[in-house]
Ligand binder design. Structure first.
Ligand code: PLP
Length: 383
């Protein structure tokens, strides 16, 4: 599908700042869905004005239901399989303590994964005596998927992957690694913070758990995270417990705890509930747009960016083939200090991120080809 250079799939009515900046930073913080941001303010203002008159106990029970349903659609799962809390990190932490990989077993992770994907598992391993086995990236920051697959064996308890790497956008085939993990009695746990909203995240691929925050590719707020957990993992004892973990959260009887008999047992406490209203709006918008359409649009924009950067002599990191990439593009400019260069770009209103020693561009569905051409022009001038 070829579209005009000015076409933004995520409309400027919903993402007005997309027309004011060359905003290529979804992997850091995505532009917020306008209606989502308004929903959060509305809730906060009503709470400030009226307290429990505006937000009573019934509302506190029901406030996550719409986000739960939207997340189930997003992950191709059922509502019973979804838990909501304040971030990917807390949900992954709770899961890691539930799974408690046994002494001597191996947790497979890449050395370019995000700290929040693997630190929870490292902490639990310190306690149980499990070990992290690192798959090392090559000089272009690429993981060899064959090496990753071959490393999964009978000693593996957990394969812990970010579906898209935060730095380079390298994308993994979840079914391939879920199948291999299961053949060896292991589980596949996935951090979708860099994938949910830009590429399909399919619970039916066999993944055992998927956790995400909402403020990147889902264009939602800080302060909300969602997790899919398989029926088997819904039987475990979560690592973080609180009053919301009880199947009737208004039970309030401290000397007994009956966990919810679905994924909700991984919810645990009061959160900034209004953020869930915002996240619901932004996830619904992505679902209405169609994640496949978003992925196709972003691939086209990202490909144009890569070609333009290569023409300017940049070294593009990550996989060479499109099939293993997402929209994120990480580059080094020979002879340039990435830190200084990222600042120069920001001054030219081209918004990207410095990560380690490279610059990361992450266009999303509110971007168009004209943005990329404008960004490339600024880069050329700065070089
Ligand atoms: C893959 C991945 N996981 C997790 C996080 C952050 O987690 P949290 O929102 O829980 O702080 C990031 C942020 O950059 C990320 O890229």
């Amino acid at each position: 599908m070829s579209v005009s250079n000015s076409f933004r799939l995520g409309s400027p009515d919903v993402f007005p700042p997309a027309e004011r900046h060359v905003y290529l930073d979804a992997a850091s913080v995505g532009l917020s869905h306008k209606g989502g941001a308004e929903a959060i303010s509305k809730w906060q203002n009503a709470l400030a004005e009226e307290g429990t008159i505006a937000f009573d106990e019934q509302a506190e029970v029901e406030c996550l239901d719409n986000l739960n349903a939207a997340t189930a659609s997003l992950f191709n799962a059922t509502v019973d399989d979804i838990a909501i809390a304040s971030s990917e990190t807390v949900l992954m932490q709770s899961l890691a303590w539930a799974v408690m990989p046994e002494s001597g077993s191996r947790i497979i992770a890449t050395d370019i994964t995000h700290p929040s994907t693997i630190y929870p598992w490292m902490r639990v391993s310190d306690h149980t005596g499990a070990q992290v086995h690192w798959i090392r990236a090559d000089d272009s920051q690429t993981i060899d998927p064959d090496e990753l697959e071959a490393s999964i064996d009978d000693s593996t308890s957990v394969v812990c992957l970010s579906q898209c790497e935060y730095g380079t956008g390298q994308q993994y085939d979840l079914k391939r690694f879920a199948d291999k993990a299961h053949r060896h009695g292991a589980i596949l746990v996935v951090d979708a913070t860099q994938s949910a909203g830009q590429v399909p995240v399919d619970a039916c691929s066999g993944v055992d758990a998927v956790a995400t925050s909402t403020y990147k590719w889902l264009c939602g707020p800080f302060g909300t995270g969602m997790m899919y957990v398989s029926p088997a993992l819904q039987q475990l004892n979560p690592g973080i417990l609180g009053w919301r973990s009880h199947k009737d959260m208004w039970d309030f009887q401290a000397d007994r705890l009956e966990l919810a008999n679905n994924a909700k047992r991984y919810e645990f406490g009061t959160m900034a509930y209004g953020t869930a209203f915002g996240a619901t709006e932004s996830v619904r918008h992505l679902l209405e747009t169609g994640i496949e359409n978003v992925a196709a649009h972003n691939a086209q924009v990202s490909k144009h960016l890569i070609a333009g950067l290569q023409d300017l002599g940049a070294e593009v990191l990550g996989p060479k083939d499109d099939a293993n990439r997402s929209a994120t593009v990480a580059v080094r400019f020979p002879g340039k200090n990435s830190r200084d260069f990222a600042k120069t770009l920001k001054d030219a209103n081209v918004i990207a991120s410095l990560r380690r020693d490279f610059i990361r561009f992450s266009p999303h569905y509110y971007n168009n080809i004209d943005d990329i051409d404008q960004g490339l022009k600024a880069i050329k001038a700065a070089l």
